[in-house]
Design a protein around this ligand. Structure first.
Ligand code: T6T
Length: 323
């Protein structure tokens, strides 16, 4: 029955004499990494803008923590309701392949946003997780390289730094760390990158990890917070240790709290992703597939760097994430 209704929506969408037009019966569900993260709240804002433009329905269903064990039952419930497409930020590159295959097998179009499954190269005939139709995201390796360049410049090209990260197995944050380390190794050989500290998206843990790293390495020069919670925690840890004048914090992501830390001088720079763009183009990609059009298998979205020099510019602050 569900498949019949899906085909009816598709036929309606295709009978448009060659023009793309609103199809009120197309439904798409956006499944974020977690519902309470300003990054995904902003992504949903972009997704809703695209839904309004197309006259379709997009809903937002997710878990409260970034965890494949919690994301899977949410996804199963979404599959049972049978939307035409699922846009999802999978919370693990391998553990979310089989749950997402269930969506694909049910005839639901899968597009991944922000994070990917498998190797992230879809529709190339290789790998277990080849079935999503598109991946819409920031260039996370490139973003990690940018963070390394800002860090190296701020610390004078030498000294010890570390990456505060979430956990291995998340495509985005793995790639940011990879890019950060590659840039340091290739272009800043006098910077030593210490062992990564994994915080499970817990900013308090990230803050206490800074104290522990500082105790072992009193000359530590910098911390790269590889996502919102890592960066927030790193900044709090540096502040709590009274090291704001000595330790550089480079943040990935730009909620208001991190932007406030730029204004106060605690954080040197934040690499703001464009999550609204990810949501907007994710919906557009799914809609294109559902209406019989081809889509690029990979769609890259932009960054805006926020620092003390531009933190009050409205052209920049429009990229601060919604709360
Ligand atoms: O950095 C974003 C997102 O890109 C990443 O995949 C997970 O963490 C965030 O949601 C920020 O908390």
């Amino acid at each position: 029955m569900r498949n019949f209704m899906k085909s009816a929506a598709l036929v309606a969408a295709l009978c448009t004499s060659g023009t793309v037009q609103a199809q009120e019966d197309i439904t798409i569900t956006l499944v974020p990494g977690l519902t309470t993260d300003a990054f995904y709240i902003t992504m949903n804002r972009g997704a809703q803008a695209a839904a309004d433009a197309l006259g379709i329905t997009v809903d937002f269903q997710g878990a409260e923590e970034f965890d494949p064990v919690l994301q899977t039952p949410v996804l199963d419930a979404v599959i049972a309701r049978g939307p035409d497409a699922i846009l999802i930020a999978p919370t693990d590159t391998t553990q979310m392949i089989e749950p997402l295959r269930r969506a694909h097998d049910a005839g639901i179009t899968v597009v991944t946003v922000d994070t990917f499954i498998d190797d992230g190269k879809y529709q190339d005939g290789a790998g277990d997780g080849d079935f999503p139709m598109a991946y819409v995201a920031s260039d996370n390796v490139g973003g990690g390289r940018m963070a390394a360049r800002f860090m190296a410049e701020a610390i004078g090209g030498e000294g010890q730094v570390y990456v505060s990260n979430v956990r291995p197995g998340i495509s985005t944050t793995d790639q940011r760390e990879e890019g950060f380390k590659a840039e340091m190794a290739e272009n800043f050989p006098s910077v030593t990158v210490l062992d990564t500290q994994y915080n499970e998206n817990d900013a308090s843990l990230a803050a206490s990890q800074f104290s522990a790293v500082l105790a072992r390495n009193p000359d530590i020069k910098g911390v790269f917070g590889a996502n919102l919670f890592s960066a927030l925690g790193a900044g709090n840890g540096v502040e709590g240790a009274g090291k704001a004048d000595d330790v550089t914090v480079i943040a990935f992501d730009a909620p208001q709290s991190i932007v406030d830390n730029i204004s106060s001088g605690l954080v040197d720079a934040a690499i703001a992703q464009h999550p609204a763009e990810i949501g907007y183009f994710g919906v557009m990609a799914a809609y294109a597939v559902l209406t019989g059009n081809s889509v690029p298998v990979s769609i890259g979205t932009g960054f805006t760097v926020i620092n003390a020099g531009n933190v009050d510019d409205p052209e920049i602050t429009k990229f601060i994430y919604s709360e």
